[in-house]
Ligand binder design. Sequence first.
Ligand code: SAM
Length: 310
Amino acid sequence: MTASPLQSFLPDFGSPGAETGEFAVSPIPAVNVASVPQRSPLRYPGGKTWLVPHIRAWLGRPAAAPAVLVEPFAGGAIVSLTAMMENLAKRSVMAELDRDVAAFWHAALREGAALGGLVERFEVSRENVIALSGENPRNVVEHGFRTLVLNRTRRGGILAPGASLARAGEAGKGVASRWYPRTIMDRLDAIAAVADRITFCETDGLKLLESLLSAGCEDVAVFVDPPYTAGGKRAGKRLYAHNEIDHPRLFRVLAESGVDFLMTYDRAPEVEAWVREYGFSAVQVVMKNTHHARVPELVISRRPVFSHVD
Ligand SMILES: C[S@@+](CC[C@H](N)C(=O)[O-])C[C@H]1O[C@@H](n2cnc3c(N)ncnc32)[C@H](O)[C@@H]1O
């Protein structure tokens, strides 16, 4: 692969070390999530609030703001919401396969006021949450609301089968410890204000990506945050009901399209090998997980993007 004229001026900040498989540490640290605006009403396991400064640096490069940002594994959709609210892209197309999470996005984007009304009226208690989880929603607003309540009252925001309700929670408040109706309603209002720029698709994100990119990728940027299951890693299996991803195909689609992308993964030998195989660039961002262990994540792109950031 030949280097672009611009690339030849840049230090090769994000490239993997050929011999050791080591990756440079990003010049931008993982941010404390309390220091950036929280845009998503969902409390998403694997959520990318900590990556927001990288997203701003990536999409905010001079002349980089794309016409369309594609987020094929939306989850809590922090990146699409941030990009729309901070005008880092003109439009966003996001996909999610989980039908409960998808119902939330359908409701938030099309019926935000009705969803906010349910939030305002809900009396949070262990009994009411258990009753709601056993109900069959009659429409998309009720379905999206059920997802939202379960997401904010289950331990770690986990919706996958087997997740349990929060017990002690913040200040011993149990299921109510993450249920802040006013804050959730404010976030829903902010989403409603940009909803006409967001297209949500309840579909397989990889298939969507393939079909969008086959139509050309001029003025498109893609943010990819798949369940971390490459190399037999288990985190993605525990956290999400949908977690089977054809990781090699995902790398191939990105490589062959030539599209501008940013992708996150945990470090697995397979992932590092694909980064090298396609000549991608990667930097490490060291995260603290909920057990305060330091876990490095990889932020992968076609070319180095963070080397110009102070
Ligand atoms: C790591 S999470 C994304 C988190 C998100 N970046 C955020 O900040 O909240 C991965 C998401 O991909 C979804 N997913 C899994 N397989 C999918 C597929 N084939 N197509 C679309 N979404 C999928 C999961 O349900 C999960 O919500």
